[in-house]
Design a protein around this ligand. Structure first.
Ligand code: PHE
Length: 455
């Protein structure tokens, strides 16, 4: 590839810029909403422990693989697998699957992200006593409101993407990530000053191992893939803008650690917040099942009710900060989801970045509008593209790397930025995991998921 080609594709400006952009992709609704929800659903700390194992044993090696494939080829996922395989149609399918998952996940993710924006406004209107408008803004089934906010969210994402890799994506994530971490720390500290929070903390850190079963392990691995943005080539794409000086293993370690840290911190905010809500009189356990409310109810019913209970300026500010945090986390993820199909159009069809971003943006926004009116589609999309799609993509990436490209060749690429990795314990362990442990574990999980869906 010539320097001119490189310049037109774009590249990261700094090592930390790349790490923050990749961490921005990883940290999203999956961490701040998905993870605490899963913890609430699955026996507190027992889930956290199993999730940790999934991230380290499967997520981290797959992330190194994606970075390596991206940097070696300097291409979008389709171009990357084409170049590596000598134009094999089968290998290119892995890339196409990534582009499709990117488009489809983005389309429902936009609706969820739009909800968070809606709730920022809901808190504002509630504070000013406009409860009717507040209720509309908080109505998750309101098609037109959902469509408007999704399109708005897509517009922000496209505007950042059109700025390019370093001036758009890197600049935005370098600004947003520290803000996000600061907001999370402030909110968590505040919640711990409120009555009831200690009960939540107790539940969060006490493991209930009686809940550990295959189902829980499946959820933990699925959550790890989604939260670390793996299996669809987002991180192949981000890796393709890297120079040869970056240590890929260390970078993946930082990104995984940041993602884990933020998820655990979000749990530390949300589970105690639920118990604060209970202290104030909100029901937090489902009377039929006895389980903690989770998912949509947790974030969009229980928490807003708590913010309203707190009342006054404090309640409004906490609510606004919380939903802004959720929205910003989502934004750094939608950027990476959109960048996958955009880089595909730029590389493969020589399209200009601006045109590529707006074209895909319009298509995805249209699908999001349909989902806005028919929100029951979200569950279907989650099953196909998230629960099956991402592990399937991850499995294909492992098999391709381990049995076609070969781990020793990948290590030659990783050596740039990490001299001596082939003989270092981390390099040896990575080869073993990416060829044997990861594919076997992912295949088992995938088979069980599919069997569960059809039985
Ligand atoms: N990792 C993001 C989250 O946790 C979602 C995502 C998945 C982003 C796949 C990019 C690719 O919310």
């Amino acid at each position: 590839m010539t320097t001119a080609d490189n310049a037109s594709r774009g590249s990261w400006n700094s090592k930390i810029g790349f790490i923050l952009a990749a961490a921005g992709s990883a940290v999203g609704l999956g961490n701040i909403w998905g993870f605490p929800t899963q913890v609430a659903d699955n026996g507190g700390a027992a889930f956290i422990l199993i999730y940790l194992v999934c991230c380290l044993a499967v997520g981290f090696p797959v992330m190194v693989a994606e970075f390596t494939i991206g940097r070696y080829t300097g291409k979008n996922p389709v171009g990357a697998f084409r170049d590596l395989s000598g134009n094999s149609a089968l290998a290119k399918m892995i890339g196409y699957w990534g582009v499709i998952c990117g488009v489809m996940i983005l389309s429902f993710y936009l609706v969820l992200s739009g909800w968070t924006f809606g709730y920022v406004m809901e808190e504002v209107f509630y504070f000013f006593g406009q409860s009717d408008t507040a209720a509309t803004l908080g109505d998750l089934g309101h098609g037109t409101k959902n469509a408007l906010f999704s399109v708005l969210f897509m517009t922000f994402t496209v505007l950042i993407i059109t700025g390019g890799v370093s001036q758009g994506i890197e600049r935005a994530t370098k600004l947003l990530m520290p803000i996000l971490i600061l907001m999370l720390i402030l909110l968590t500290s505040y919640i711990f000053t409120l009555d009831g929070s200690m009960d939540g903390l107790r539940m969060y850190i006490t493991p209930d191992f009686s809940t550990v079963d295959t189902e829980l392990v499946l959820s933990a691995l699925g959550q790890a893939f989604f939260s670390l943005s793996l299996g669809m080539g987002a991180l192949i794409t981000y890796g393709s803008y890297l120079n040869k000086k970056q240590n890929l293993i260390a970078s993946a370690a930082y990104v995984t650690a940041l993602d884990l840290m933020i998820a655990v911190l979000a749990g530390l905010l949300i589970i105690p917040a639920m118990f604060v809500a209970q202290y104030g009189g909100t029901e937090i356990f489902n009377p039929e099942t006895g389980a903690l409310y989770s998912s949509v109810t947790l974030v969009f019913d229980v928490l807003p009710e708590m913010f309203h209970q707190l009342g006054g300026l404090a309640g409004a500010l906490i609510g606004i900060t919380f939903f802004t945090l959720l929205g910003l986390a989502a934004l750094t993820s939608t950027i990476s989801l959109l960048e996958v199909p955009v880089s595909y159009l730029i590389d493969e069809f020589g399209m200009r970045r601006k045109k590529a971003a707006w074209s895909i943006g319009v298509v995805v926004a249209l699908i999001a509008v349909v989902i806005s009116y028919e929100t029951s589609l979200i569950d279907l999309f989650v099953i196909i593209f998230n629960e099956i799609g991402l592990p399937l993509g991850g499995l294909m990436i492992c098999l391709f790397l381990g049995y076609f490209w070969k781990a020793e060749n990948a290590l030659k690429e990783i050596r740039h930025g990490f001299e001596g990795v082939e003989t270092h314990w981390s390099g040896k362990l990575w080869s073993l995991f990416i060829t044997w442990v990861c594919p076997v574990l992912i295949a088992l999980v995938l088979m069980t998921t599919i069997v569960n869906i059809f039985t």
